[in-house]
Design a protein around this ligand. Structure first.
Ligand SMILES: Nc1nc2c(ncn2[C@@H]2O[C@H](COP(=O)(O)OP(=O)(O)O)[C@@H](O)[C@H]2O)c(=O)[nH]1
Ligand SMILES: [Mg+2]
Length: 338
């Protein structure tokens, strides 16, 4: 079999031995700093929405319909998307007619309600299933366009899992560029994860085969599979992803258990149309939204939830290992306005 031949070429090394060297974070410290990191990362978006809404109504105690056009521009600029913006404006308009909105505080409260309403339509989850239902190993495919932050997000995710004592195998399924394999290798070493890889140009499905076989043999907890940055228009790349998924299912029934789509928040509505293609063809189960720290368009979180019907599970808040935060709708919205 072709796959078996590839198996022999595949280089594997384990650094499970580093397991005990990692630093344990004292309990309670993480969640506080997680909140701070989420708040910090959406500070530009907060400036875009809240500060501008306050500016709009500063001095005026009354909100009039002319203000709605300005409000519309503010919301669109934050990348909430046309549908959500329209819905919010409609709700505000109706409340104005009923004289139910008197002040800036009322308006902010209404915005908050509307955003939460959209975000709550999907379960917000960090993707961690309860112990009882957890498949072993749990297989996570990470997909998305080049440069969105797939490999970095895998590193951060591996770090989180290692922090909670999980054994992690990383599969270097982006065999297109040698640099991508090396980059994943650096993250494996940094996090104390095993890496399974092949030479550049090798068959990504063979890497999946080896990684899952190795993970099963070692009774590892999680396998995270990196994939080549594919454009949704490249059907051969989509076919390759399909083959990787089929290979995974042959070794671990039900795998991949998750397909995490990585999206770059700075690409805004443009990224959204790419993501739509992915969700249609790749069976995406969750979104990791990266580079939230670099944009005032954090409203894209709401647009993603609404347009794709897939939950945002994580947000990337910077380039370091710690900069991945499980998304929480309540915290997100209250950080935007409070
Ligand atoms: N500021 C910031 N940069 C990020 C984040 N996630 C990834 N990056 C950077 O984005 C660039 C591309 O990341 P990479 O993981 O190589 O993308 P890939 O091609 O999808 O695998 C790198 O320079 C990363 O450091 C994030 O959440 N915030
Ligand atoms: Mg990469």
């Amino acid at each position: 079999m072709a796959i078996a031949a590839h198996c022999r070429e595949t280089i594997m090394f384990s650094i499970f031995s580093k397991k005990d060297e990692r630093k344990e974070r004292p309990e309670g410290v993480e969640s506080g700093s997680l909140l701070d990191r989420l708040k910090q990362s959406i500070s530009k978006t907060r400036a875009q929405i809240t500060t501008k809404v306050e500016d709009l109504i500063s001095g005026e105690k009354k909100i009039d319909p002319e203000l709605l056009t300005k409000l519309e521009n503010v919301l669109l600029a934050a990348d909430l998307g046309p549908r959500t913006t329209h819905q919010i404006l409609e709700a505000v308009r109706q409340k104005l007619e009923r004289h139910a909105l008197g002040s800036a505080t009322d308006l902010k409260a209404e915005l908050k309600n509307q955003l939460l309403h959209v975000l709550r339509t999907l379960p917000s989850s960090d993707g961690t299933p309860s112990a009882a239902e957890e498949p072993r190993p749990r297989v996570i495919f990470v997909v998305g366009v080049n440069g969105t932050g797939k490999t970095t997000t895998i590193g951060k995710l591996a770090h989180r899992l290692r922090q909670s004592g999980k054994n992690v195998v990383l599969a270097a399924g982006d065999t297109f560029r040698a640099a991508a394999i090396e980059q994943l290798g650096v993250w494996a070493a940094r996090t104390g994860s095993e890496i399974v890889k092949t030479k550049s140009g090798g068959d990504p499905a063979a890497v999946v085969y080896d990684a899952l076989s190795s993970a099963r043999a070692r009774n590892a907890d999680v396998v995270i599979v990196d994939t080549a940055g594919r454009l949704h228009t490249k059907s051969n790349l989509m076919a390759e992803l399909d083959k990787m998924k089929r290979t995974a299912a042959k070794i671990i029934p039900g795998a991949p258990h998750e397909v995490l789509l990585v999206m770059d928040a700075t690409t805004g509505q443009n990224g959204l149309s790419q993501a739509r293609e992915f969700t249609a063809t790749a069976g995406v189960t969750g979104i990791a939204l990266t580079k939230l720290d670099g944009t005032a368009k954090g409203g894209i979180v709401v647009a993603i939830t609404r347009e794709l019907g897939v939950p945002v599970q994580y947000v990337g808040t910077g380039e370091s290992m710690e900069d991945l935060v499980p998304f929480d709708a309540e915290i997100f919205v209250s950080s935007l306005f409070d």
